[in-house]
Design a protein. Structure first.
Length: 318
């Protein structure tokens, strides 16, 4: 049980829906919102930690869910800033929270430590976090930082002077780390002699999110998803996807109990978002099955222990 010395509130979950799967067509669900449990109804990030407790990053505070108890954390409790867009856990069991504007908050021994541009972070707008061995890879709105989880030593790189380097995802393949960006392509990341070296793999643009699954990678683009052989995605400049599917922008993915893939979609300027399942390379909307009214789903997490799917929305909580 987490015993932090901070103020406890009911967590206001931004459309965090909890689905109990069965063999029926429609599933039981719960909706947590700022009316009672959450601190805000816009849920940017979801993460189940090694103890199977749920962390909820919102646009106004961080929420911790232990069973049916919700606890909210804000700047006065040690957070860098009152929002959370990315969450990860390192191999030392420390929790990392990336904010959009204030840098990182690291939870260790019931206390938060803040790392920002002042400490050498490349940018304070965190978009993605990726834990790998003794390093935390930090993707931002303009550059990459790699942090040693034992010493907190930061190595940073902002590749371009006149072009943003906005990181949208990380993945590992054959013991190499890769990142995708929104507008500049796919890169292999190497840390050498206390500096980051980027090797550009291809010019794929407008990648919003990715999911590595077995020998394939799913990448979200403008209004469609592409499925590609992972070996091709990270080695060839001109990759032809095996499949293209969908009609919205996917912001997050997760795998279910039978390796089924769920996608969180929000079309930004189109009313075609929601929660989708990829079935036989088809994009199937599950809003009615799960009783979800929101068309702005942006984060997902799956609890394999209790067979529950959590969906965070931009407009209606958890």
């Amino acid at each position: 049980m987490l015993k932090l010395f901070y103020k406890k509130n009911n967590l206001i979950v931004i459309f965090l829906l909890c689905f109990c799967f069965s063999n029926s067509q429609n599933y039981n669900s719960k909706n947590f919102t700022s009316a009672k449990e959450l601190s805000n109804n816009s849920v940017r990030a979801l993460f189940l930690d090694s103890q199977n407790f749920l962390w909820i990053g919102t646009e106004n505070g961080l929420v911790y869910k232990e069973n049916e108890t919700f606890t909210s954390y804000f700047e006065e409790d040690g957070l860098a800033i009152n929002n959370c867009w990315a969450i990860a856990e390192d191999s030392n069991k420390k929790m990392w929270f990336g904010s959009y504007g204030g840098g990182l908050s690291i939870l260790n021994n019931e206390k938060f430590k803040v790392l920002s541009e002042t400490n050498g972070l490349v940018h304070n707008e965190i978009t993605k976090l990726f834990a790998n061995n003794d390093k935390m890879y930090v993707g931002t709105s303009n550059g990459i930082s790699v942090i040693d989880i034992n010493s907190n030593k930061i190595t940073s790189l902002r590749p371009f002077e006149n072009q943003l380097f906005r990181v949208s995802s990380f993945c590992e393949y054959n013991q190499q780390i890769y990142c995708t960006t929104y507008n500049t392509g796919v890169y292999k990341i190497t840390v050498e002699s206390q500096k980051i070296v980027l090797n550009k793999i291809n010019n794929h643009q407008y990648i919003y999110s990715t999911l590595k699954n077995k020998d394939s990678i799913y990448s979200s683009n403008k209004s469609f998803i592409s499925k590609t052989k992972l070996s091709s995605f990270v080695t060839k400049a001109d990759t032809i996807p095996m499949y293209k599917m969908g009609l919205s922008v996917v912001w997050d993915y997760c795998l279910g109990s039978q390796n089924n893939i769920f996608a969180a979609a929000w079309g930004i300027y189109k009313n075609d978002g929601g929660i989708y399942e990829i079935v036989n390379n088809e994009f199937v909307n599950r809003n009615s099955n799960f009783n979800i009214p929101s068309k702005e789903i942006i984060s997902l997490a799956y609890d394999s222990k209790f067979n529950k799917l959590f969906a965070g929305s931009k407009d209606n909580g958890l």
